[in-house]
Design a binder for this molecule. Structure first.
Ligand code: SF4
Ligand code: SF4
Ligand code: SF4
Length: 275
């Protein structure tokens, strides 16, 4: 049943691409989003105790496995969770040729397994390497990533991970509220916080943002440019459909673009090599 559904959409997508020529299926225009009022979460690595209850909550709610990373810097230990950043201008959304990913008005980036054809371009496009694929599912594998617990948000509840965090390391609110909270924490405790809210400007801003006790170049979060990525991925997509570039070449192109957007780690690596 799953294979038939997937095959049907694969054929529909190919047919549609042929009919529409260079026009991206992911380029459906929606109403402009008010990013300041969209919902998000502030992850504060300064107060996170690494208990991993957020991981348990996510797994319990969705059978999803998110990660909590422990970082070691200047002899201090700190932890923070990683998941989909629910980017303001998501590269995964623009890379998806059938519109299976969509940025929602409330702030979440949603995934529609019914539309997904399993091309995994979203996995290559994501600068945070977040989407995972259910390779073990033979019949109807899905792309898996944080859903922002959207059904809970619609019911007026907090995301499951936020609700269970015992140390208020996760703060839920509108993006503007979170930025205000984050900047106030930095201002009141400059000795504890590195003076940057990760996600405020990176790749056009993200709905989930971070505070840390150290420069983010020392963490797993990539150093990224401030410009949003979708223009690039859409340009590549349009070129692909115009020129009938084979899918493998698209993987290569997307991978190359994402690599070029990572600033810090690469510079650091070059520096290390020189040393
Ligand atoms: S973090 Fe990756 S998967 Fe999540 S919205 Fe951004 S590009 Fe998409
Ligand atoms: S918001 Fe929901 S889906 Fe996302 S990490 Fe938290 S519990 Fe998991
Ligand atoms: S539940 Fe809260 S304190 Fe515990 S690891 Fe997750 S974010 Fe950190």
């Amino acid at each position: 049943m799953g294979i038939k559904r997937r095959d049907f959409f694969k054929m529909a997508a190919i047919g549609s691409v042929t009919i529409r020529g260079s026009k991206s299926l992911a380029g459906e225009e929606g109403p402009a989003l008010d990013f300041a009022q969209a919902l998000g979460v502030l992850v504060d690595a300064v107060v996170c105790i690494g208990c991993r209850k957020c991981e348990w909550a996510c797994n319990n709610e969705h059978k999803l496995s998110t990660r909590t990373l422990a970082e070691f810097e200047d002899k201090s230990v700190f932890a923070f969770k990683v998941q989909c950043m629910h980017c303001n201008n998501p590269a995964c959304v623009s890379a998806c040729i059938v519109g299976a990913l969509r940025k929602n008005k409330i702030g979440s980036v949603d995934y529609d397994a019914w539309k997904c054809i399993g091309c995994r371009y979203c996995m290559v496009a994501c600068p945070f390497q977040i989407p995972a694929y259910e390779y073990h599912e033979a019949l109807a594998p899905r792309v898996r990533k944080c859903t922002f617990c959207e059904p809970r948000l619609v019911e007026g509840k907090k995301p499951a991970c936020v609700a269970l965090c015992p140390n208020e390391a996760l703060t839920f609110g509108t993006r503007q509220e979170l930025l205000d909270v984050a900047k106030e924490r930095i201002k009141l405790n400059p000795e504890k916080y590195f003076d940057h809210v990760y996600g405020e400007t990176e790749i056009g801003g993200t709905s989930w943002m971070y505070l840390a006790p150290t420069d983010f170049v020392n963490t797993e979060l990539p150093k990224l440019q401030t410009a949003a990525i979708p223009n690039l991925t859409e340009t590549i997509q349009h070129g692909v459909f115009k020129s009938f570039v084979p899918p493998l070449a698209l993987y290569g192109l997307l991978g190359l673009v994402m690599h070029s957007l990572r600033e810090g780690k690469d510079e650091e690596e070059k520096h290390d090599e020189r040393d």
